[in-house]
Ligand binder design. Structure first.
Ligand SMILES: Nc1ncnc2c1ncn2[C@@H]1O[C@H](COP(=O)(O)OP(=O)(O)OP(=O)(O)O)[C@@H](O)[C@H]1O
Length: 304
């Protein structure tokens, strides 16, 4: 099955306020999708609909092939969610929290052991949750969420409240989930750097509508090249791609933007044939903040 989540034409109004307008998005098998958008854009509302916590006015949600509104139990069986702060029993130990849910859901002893390991909480699993750091609580909650081996995980702002170490650890935990547990993930976040590092793909929402992410992430490639002769190199690259796409950034390095690999080959060929030494060349990725600015700040239509 290609998709673990298909959301089609979701609409939701609160009174006269239309908060979701024909929202459609999907998550493919083994994919991590980042869901971004400004405050009040509709991220949580979309996620709550997917988790069946609220009903949309219209639209379709299919989880692992099961229609959420026609085959609710089967659809939800394949899904786990952390929507608000982890709902853990603070007066119980980490282990007791896991064991309790495992008993309620008939989870095997073997799986429970796997989850102890997964949390990477170690001996502290014997301590009360009230003394845990935010990161430990989150890993525990994630472990509990995946006890029943769901296919799809939905996380609303999972990096909220985590310190930098917690954020780095969460990233590796989620990547491990995709690899080892065969899980696909949809997560929302305001921390653009995190989205960029974690997501395979980004879905943007603004004022209740999904916006196409400009394809600049894949089509534009920025390179930085360090060379022996700045002036001649500038001239060669400018002749090939025009002066707007080239910029000297230090006394011996140049940044340039190309649309396809053939142009890069042409540039390198010409530099080498003019006996210019290339000390270093590397790709400078278009960062997500540039994309965010382009979508939400520079775009007049969206601003209005
Ligand atoms: N229960 C509710 N009753 C009325 N309006 C609501 C309700 N829940 C959300 N809204 C409105 O729906 C819109 C979308 O809110 P939502 O929480 O989905 O945004 P969000 O993208 O998750 O924002 P944030 O990044 O701030 O969490 C907002 O205008 C919000 O005020």
């Amino acid at each position: 099955m290609e998709y673990v989540l298909e959301v089609k034409n979701l609409n939701k109004t609160y009174g006269k306020n239309r908060v979701l307008n024909n929202v459609s998005l999907n998550v493919k098998h083994n994919e991590i999708v980042g869901f971004i958008g400004p405050n009040g854009a509709g991220k949580s509302t979309t996620m709550k609909c997917i988790c069946n916590l609220i009903y949309p006015d219209s639209g379709e949600i299919i989880i692992n092939g099961y229609d959420l509104f026609k085959d609710r139990e089967k659809a939800l069986e394949n899904q786990a969610a952390l929507i608000e702060s982890p709902g853990l029993y603070q007066d119980m130990t980490g282990k007791e929290n896991i064991d309790l849910i495992a008993r309620l859901r008939n989870v095997s002893k073997e799986r429970v052991k796997e989850i102890y390991e997964f949390t990477e909480i170690g001996k502290a699993l014997e301590r009360k949750v009230s003394g845990y750091s935010m990161g430990m609580k989150q890993r525990l909650a994630l472990g509990i969420a995946i006890l029943t081996k769901p296919r799809f995980l939905i996380l609303d702002e999972p990096t909220n409240g985590l310190d930098p170490t917690g954020v780095i650890k969460l990233r590796s935990t989620l990547q491990k989930l995709v690899k080892e547990e065969d899980i696909s993930i949809l997560f929302s976040s305001h921390q653009l750097g995190e989205v960029e590092k974690l997501a395979d793909r980004i879905v943007c929402i603004n004022k209740g509508e999904i916006i196409e992410v400009p394809n600049i992430m894949s089509s534009i490639q920025n390179y930085i090249i360090q060379i022996s002769d700045l002036d001649t190199t500038l001239q060669i690259i400018t002749n090939i791609i025009g002066e707007d796409a080239v910029e000297a950034i230090t006394l011996d390095s140049i940044k340039f933007e190309i649309q396809n690999q053939d142009i890069l080959s042409e540039i390198l060929f010409q530099l080498l044939s003019r006996k210019i030494k290339i000390y270093d060349i590397y790709k400078d990725n278009v960062d997500i903040e540039t994309i965010y600015e382009e979508i939400y700040i520079d775009n007049q239509i969206l601003r209005g």
